[in-house]
Design a protein around this ligand. Structure first.
Ligand code: ADP
Length: 478
């Protein structure tokens, strides 16, 4: 049986800031269903909920060398939805009030990378494939080649690195890398870790992994272009034969309008008319005018530039000028949090700004909204639009990355489509597309037909898990 250890800095339900957690909370189970033994290893954060925390069992204590220090490292373990999750425990690094954003990120994730490699010889599970995800795990393939490869159990481990977002690279000074990892000068040339005078975790992953993947076909193409490449496009062009796009699925148990425990009324394709009851319930909860007919647009997002929020800033008053309600849920850059809070203040009853992370409310908004706005500047895959589709909520997206691959804009001539999209990164193109969607909303039969197309689409992991397995199989023993 193919053994895969997936390494991540976040996974549902233990820790989540974005789509990475959704993927690591659902892909491993989908792989296991298809006959792989996939397990996950991640940091044991202080933010893990007490009910989950008490199920985690201590397995072993080891010490991990980082810089001149020998740091405590607990190896812990639990089962979740049939998947084994291992945890790296060190309270100094991970028992904090958040997951990211501290001053010592280089040291925290340097520790994590080395701890994962050290832990492998204590897990009773020697993987065929180490599947790393995003910059926090990028130094694992480097250390494996530089310092572990010749050791007995590491000889045959292959590596895959998945880019969930190229923008975050884990860039720190070369002296800090040398100090943390004990790597010599030869690793800090421009064909290895050096990156514009610094060094980068991500670049390590991109250079030293056997196979690279990213989370949609379009993003796999786009990142080879300087506009999307975040400075890595040349390297990705050079490695294009090892770079594959595999679109994300969503967790069909968590996101199922028929059984979702967070929403007021469960519904399905046969009882689509019940969806509106969720709108009425949410309007009540958010103190908005209760009216099933008024079109509702949801936006659930990290509030960062990537998500196209400057387009919204440009035309926010025009959007709100339409007959609609806007349900915002997100946290992030102060200017965008303020923008939505201010809009809610100016337009009470039209805009509800919920500036926090709230999984339950997210489910309610997906179920209650008619439309979901996601006008991203770039989008590796995007899960918000997939979840929306599954809830019969039509996405309005910009045609980029995974949004382009998963949303088909409504075509008046053929009647095809499962949402609305626009091509250029232009605020008025977005506004026009929103207005167009609001026009279509008035034709109830047409709207229901588009919702049906959305709901019956397959956004599960079934096909994509198979693609990962095909790639793993090419790697095993290579
Ligand atoms: P990204 O990974 O770039 O943040 P994705 O669309 O891939 O974007 O995934 C975002 C995930 O995080 C979705 O599951 C979305 O519902 C969730 N999410 C984002 N912001 C919030 C929030 N404030 N509260 C609850 N869930 C959120």
């Amino acid at each position: 049986m193919l053994k895969v250890l997936m390494v991540t800095s976040e996974a549902n339900p233990f820790a989540k800031t974005g789509g990475l957690a959704d993927v690591l909370g659902s892909l491993p189970g989908a792989l296991n269903k298809q006959g792989v033994d996939a397990r996950v290893i991640m940091p044991k954060y202080g933010t893990i909920s007490p009910s989950l925390r008490e199920r985690i069992q201590h397995k072993e204590t080891i010490y991990v060398k980082i810089s001149w220090m020998n740091q405590f490292c607990g190896i812990e373990q639990t089962e979740c939805n049939g998947v084994t999750y291992y945890f790296i425990d060190n309270e100094h690094y991970f028992k904090r009030d958040g997951i990211y954003g501290f001053d010592d990120e280089a040291e925290r994730f340097a520790f994590f990378c080395r701890a994962v490699l050290e832990a492998i010889s204590h897990l009773d599970f020697i993987p065929d494939i180490l599947h790393c995800n995003d910059w926090q795990t990028g130094m694992i393939p480097v250390l494996l080649e530089a310092q572990y490869r010749k050791r007995y159990i590491y000889e045959n481990i292959s590596t895959m690195f998945t880019i969930h977002n190229l923008r975050y690279q884990g860039e720190f000074s070369i002296p800090s890398f040398k100090n943390l990892f004990g790597l010599g000068n030869e690793y800090f040339t421009s064909d290895k870790l050096e990156f514009y005078g610094n060094a980068s975790f991500l670049k390590g992953g991109l250079i030293y992994s056997h196979i690279l993947t990213t989370v949609s076909n379009s993003y796999a193409e786009e990142i080879q272009d300087p506009f999307f490449g975040e400075g890595m496009d040349g390297l990705l062009r050079a490695r294009r034969h090892s770079l594959h796009g595999i679109v994300n699925g969503i967790d069909y148990n968590e996101y199922n309008p028929q059984s979702d425990p967070f929403i007021a009324y469960n519904y399905n394709l046969e009882a689509l008319e019940d969806k509106v009851k969720n709108k009425l319930a949410l309007q009540e909860e958010l103190n908005m005018p209760v009216n099933g007919d008024i079109p509702a647009i949801g936006l659930i997002s990290r509030l960062v530039d990537q998500k196209g929020l400057d387009l919204i800033a440009r035309v926010l008053d025009d959007i709100i000028g339409e007959d609609l309600q806007l349900y915002i849920l997100g946290t992030g850059e102060h200017k965008y949090e303020r923008m939505f809070q201010d809009a809610a203040y100016r337009y009470p009853g039209k805009v509800s700004a919920n500036i926090r992370f709230d999984n339950g409310l997210a489910h309610k908004i997906y179920a209650a909204s008619d439309l979901f706005l996601m006008p991203s500047l770039f989008e590796p895959c995007g899960l918000g639009q997939l979840i929306s589709l599954r809830y019969g909520t039509l996405p309005i997206v910009r045609e980029t990355g995974g949004l382009k691959d998963t949303v088909l804009s409504y075509n008046e001539d053929t009647g095809e489509g499962n949402g609305f999209s626009f091509t250029n990164y232009n605020a008025h193109d977005m506004l026009f597309t929103i207005k167009r969607a609001l026009q279509v909303y008035k034709y109830k039969d047409l709207w229901s037909k588009l919702q049906e197309t959305a709901i019956v689409g397959d956004y599960s992991w079934q096909y994509s898990a198979k693609k990962y397995i095909d790639l793993y199989s090419t790697l095993k023993g290579s």
